[in-house]
Write a new protein. Structure first.
Length: 353
């Protein structure tokens, strides 16, 4: 994993990264480079980044892929480095979670690409920190720092969980979400269309014994709906630790925890076995950029994870060029619906002649 432009800006100021340093929401393997001069910890929200750090030789005892960093994982940091997330609510969450871990007079560094909205985040820092200012800018990125002069409010994870009742495709379910999770606090239009389409689908006769995979589970709405519809055990996969935690909370809120298997995975890398049904509203962004690599990799490898006659359901923005990739993998597809800027595609694993 190459270093992105935000980490290259940090490199220009690396001499100031000393003592005990926590990287929150890192985007590449830069924490490994800093570990040669400081006592570095990394709190990843992305399985992809966590895997890259592990492969680069980062100390696994100081690496966490979790929704929450606890005092037991490490505290009394001299510097907390936060990479600006796409969702502003997630920045608030990361600040609230890390400030109690920071020493008095310790520093918070916030770095981000201009397109990420980092320019407007300076006021968010001033709410919690003193002497906030811009330190450097380059490659269309900004670096802000601020100091913790007083005590921080204790972090209460439960305060950040959004819970609501959602009616969708003939079901009323309780959903739980966290900042930064796809569709946070609302029903995504594409997901709504997909579930209504699935509500009309004729599943296999013994579907309660089927293996079903929700790829890119988000807050767990697709996975839980499928469980309620079929009675089958559900495997829910996501790259995001926050999404996996949200799905866990959603199933718990609906007394369905025993039916859920969670998998943290970059694509289908950590998936084992084959499934009768794979359902997805796949991500097509990495950070702030459109990135076809995740769905392309998924489509080309899903064939190895479908049973004979196994079915694939995909909802996506209709401008995304997915049909040729599905055809290359499964030999064909059917567009079930095109509406409201979305398309729903269906593919099937057929026996080779």
């Amino acid at each position: 994993m190459s270093l992105n432009s935000t980490s290259q800006l940090l490199i220009r100021n690396a001499d100031e990264l000393t003592g005990k340093v926590l990287f929150a929401n890192p985007e590449d393997v830069y924490p490994k480079e800093v570990s040669s001069q400081a006592d570095v910890y990394a709190w990843c929200q992305s399985k992809t980044c966590a895997d890259a750090l592990t492969a680069a030789g980062f100390n696994e005892e100081k690496l966490r892929l979790t929704a929450q960093w606890t005092i037991e994982d490490g505290a009394e940091f001299d510097v907390v480095v936060i990479y600006q997330p796409k969702a502003k609510e997630l920045l608030d969450y990361l600040l609230a979670a890390t400030l109690p871990l920071l020493k008095e007079n310790g520093q918070v560094w916030l770095v981000g690409d201009n397109k990420s909205g980092v320019k407007s985040s300076m006021k968010r820092l001033t709410t919690h920190l003193d002497d906030v200012g811009k330190v450097d800018s380059a490659k269309h990125c900004l670096l802000y720092t601020g100091y913790k002069r007083g005590s921080a409010k204790p972090f209460v994870f439960e305060d950040w969980v959004t819970t609501w009742q959602q009616e969708v495709a003939g079901q009323t379910i309780t959903l739980c979400s966290l900042p930064g999770v796809f569709g946070h606090g609302k029903l995504d239009k594409g997901t709504n269309l997909l579930l209504n389409q699935l509500n009309e689908h004729r599943f296999m006769s013994d579907v309660s014994h089927a293996r079903i995979l929700d790829f890119g589970c988000g807050d767990g709405i697709i996975a839980l709906w499928l469980y309620n519809k079929t009675g089958a055990r559900i495997t829910a996969l996501d790259d995001s630790a926050l999404a996996l935690k949200a799905t866990e909370l959603t199933f718990a809120a609906n007394q369905a925890s025993d039916a859920l298997t969670l998998v943290a995975s970059n694509g289908l890398t950590n998936v084992k076995g084959r499934f009768n049904y794979v359902v997805t509203n796949p991500p097509f962004h990495t950070g702030i950029s459109t990135d076809y690599s995740v769905p392309e990799s998924f489509f080309m490898s899903v064939k190895q994870h479908l049973t004979l006659n196994g079915e694939l359901f995909v909802v996506a923005n209709d401008f995304l060029r997915y049909p040729p990739i599905i055809d290359a993998s499964l030999g064909g597809h059917t567009r079930l619906l095109r509406e409201q800027g979305f398309a729903i595609y269906h593919g099937r694993q057929i026996k080779k002649r």
